[in-house]
Design a protein around this ligand. Structure first.
Ligand code: PLP
Length: 364
């Protein structure tokens, strides 16, 4: 409804915006919480609402302290910065957001090199990390200083990571004195999908980043959590990176509201994603592997129905469904707060008919 109203002249009205869970717009109650927030200058440590948010998130994740950042990328890059010295390396899977979607920030901002392993849909296995981890090789080879885990895994399709594998990696990294950072942009989804307490995931890592602006629906912001000393250092680096903010309690109020009201309801997004995935799998066998639909993200293999992903995305858009081509044959669909049952029904109609018809069916 609000999406349609924002459609510009000549552009199709969007009825189901599955582009990303970042497209949500804050509702009235969240805006009211923002409008009435008590604020101060956070660079001087004087914003009580921001402090409350940082403490709340740290507590939820089983850590001592938290730091609000304008983006998840900044939270990740501060985490990386804390653990890796220039010339050392971080390791992670080749689909990780830190390695694929932060525009080389670890190299550009911190002089850090990276090595990757190839995963199956982002699924984390301690053995993959073990195969790359190398320490104590003195002045000859690059030393591994940090292991990155992403949960849920974005480009992997909302993949939930196994706590056992994470714990296995923790033992290994402890031996090698390698730090672990969790890119938990969608950790909320993993928590809701599995029932594993957030702190059980959080405690296995030296630092954790979480996004408030994805499924939780806040307009801006992420939080980095860790030990008190680490976060004090991150606060210095945040200012150095240009991320010191003033009356950011306005934004923190949205985050606090989201923590209160938008975590449990993620299960509704998961159910809608599954319903759509089942419909597509039935309409076009081979398009969706239902075993891979674990949270709010569905990856569709439109190539199996003869489509090139960008063409499929364009055709769906003319019918009011926005999606994202993540590779030449894969399309990503993301459910969130602003996609209700009616929008899901519309998306199912459009996507299943495009898939069933195949690219040839358009008569082009
Ligand atoms: C969105 C996202 C981030 C952070 O993105 P920003 O756009 O910088 O807020 C980090 N990691 C993952 C896995 C994400 O999906």
């Amino acid at each position: 409804m609000s999406s349609a109203a924002s459609g510009t002249l000549g552009a199709p009205a969007i009825r189901a915006d599955l582009l990303s869970d970042t497209v949500t717009r804050p509702g009235f109650a969240m805006r009211e919480a923002m409008a009435t927030a008590i604020v101060g200058d956070d660079v001087f440590g004087e914003d009580p609402t921001l402090r409350e948010l940082e403490e709340r998130v740290a507590e939820l994740l089983g850590h001592e302290a938290g730091l609000f950042t304008p983006s998840g990328s900044m939270a990740n890059q501060l985490g990386v910065r804390l653990h890796v010295r220039p010339g050392e390396e971080l390791i992670g899977d080749s689909l990780a957001h830190v390695l694929r979607a932060e525009l080389g920030a670890a190299a550009v901002l911190s002089g850090i090199s990276s090595r990757t392993w190839v995963s199956e849909r982002g699924r984390f296995r301690a053995a993959d990390a073990a195969s790359l981890m190398i320490t104590g090789v003195g002045p000859y080879q690059v030393c591994t200083a940090l292991l990155i885990v992403e949960n849920t895994h974005n480009f992997g399709g909302g993949t939930v990571q196994s706590l056992d594998e994470i714990r296995r990696a923790r033992e290994l990294t402890r031996e090698h004195r390698v730090a672990m950072h969790l890119d938990g942009a969608r950790l909320w989804n993993a928590h809701v999908a599995t029932g594993v307490p957030l702190a059980d995931y959080g405690r296995e890592f030296d630092t954790v980043s979480v996004c408030l602006s994805k499924g939780l629906g806040a307009p801006v912001g992420s939080v980095l959590v860790g030990g008190a000393d680490a976060i004090a250092e991150a606060r210095i680096w945040r200012k150095r990176f240009g991320g010191g903010m003033r009356q950011a309690g306005i934004l923190a109020a949205a985050g606090l509201w989201a923590l209160e009201h938008h975590i449990d309801r993620l299960s509704v997004d998961h159910a809608r994603a599954r319903r759509a995935a089942e419909a597509m799998a039935e309409a076009s066998p081979g398009s969706v592997d239902l075993a891979t639909v674990e949270t709010n993200i569905v990856i569709v293999d439109v190539g199996a129905a003869g489509w090139a992903a960008p063409e499929f995305v364009a055709e769906a858009l003319t019918r009011g469904v926005r999606s994202y081509a993540i590779s030449p044959r894969l399309v990503r669909l993301v459910w969130h707060l602003d996609v209700d049952d009616e929008a899901t029904d519309h998306a199912i109609d459009v996507l299943t008919s495009l898939l069933a018809r195949g690219a040839a069916g358009l008569g082009r």
